[in-house]
Ligand binder design. Structure first.
Ligand SMILES: [Zn+2]
Ligand SMILES: [Zn+2]
Ligand SMILES: [Zn+2]
Length: 146
């Protein structure tokens, strides 16, 4: 428990961010979930620890620093997930497949499924690429009644 907290605090320090309770709490929530976390969900869990504006700023900062990345689900709701190593300030390398379950609406980072390098015509440079698959997640597949 304490180890994990140290690790999260360390992540803030490494990125030149002060450790504040709301920041640590957001990291803690994101690190404990196996799918990406929506902003409304975060708002609910944070409760009185951070108002909407504070939470928004925290997410903005984390995204800028390369700590978390944003994934939109089928409804266009922003979901956030921790970046794996390799992301830094203003530079994300989250070229993995995202999976949006049409049943539970969860968004998963499938880190093991890398998006292949895309070849673009001369003059086009790719800065960001996202690929989202839609279907049933393993949890929902297992719970199908048929
Ligand atoms: Zn990233
Ligand atoms: Zn599901
Ligand atoms: Zn992801």
């Amino acid at each position: 428990m304490e180890k994990q907290e140290d690790k999260l605090a360390e992540l803030l320090v490494q990125n030149g961010l002060k450790r504040t309770l709301p920041r640590l709490k957001v990291l803690d929530i994101l690190s404990k979930r196996d799918s990406a976390t929506s902003q409304p969900f975060l708002e609910k869990v944070m409760g009185s620890d951070a108002d909407r504006v504070t939470l928004y700023r925290i997410l903005q900062t984390f995204e800028e620093k390369g700590i978390i990345h944003k994934v939109l689900d089928g409804q266009g709701t922003a979901n956030y997930a921790l970046c794996t190593t390799g992301c830094s300030q203003h530079e994300h390398h989250d070229e993995h497949l995202h999976f949006n379950c049409r049943n539970c609406q969860r968004v998963y980072c499938l880190d093991a499924v890398r998006i292949p390098r895309i070849k673009t015509p001369p003059g086009f440079s790719v800065e960001n690429i996202s690929l989202t698959a839609v279907g049933l997640c393993s949890y929902c597949s297992d719970n199908k009644s048929e």
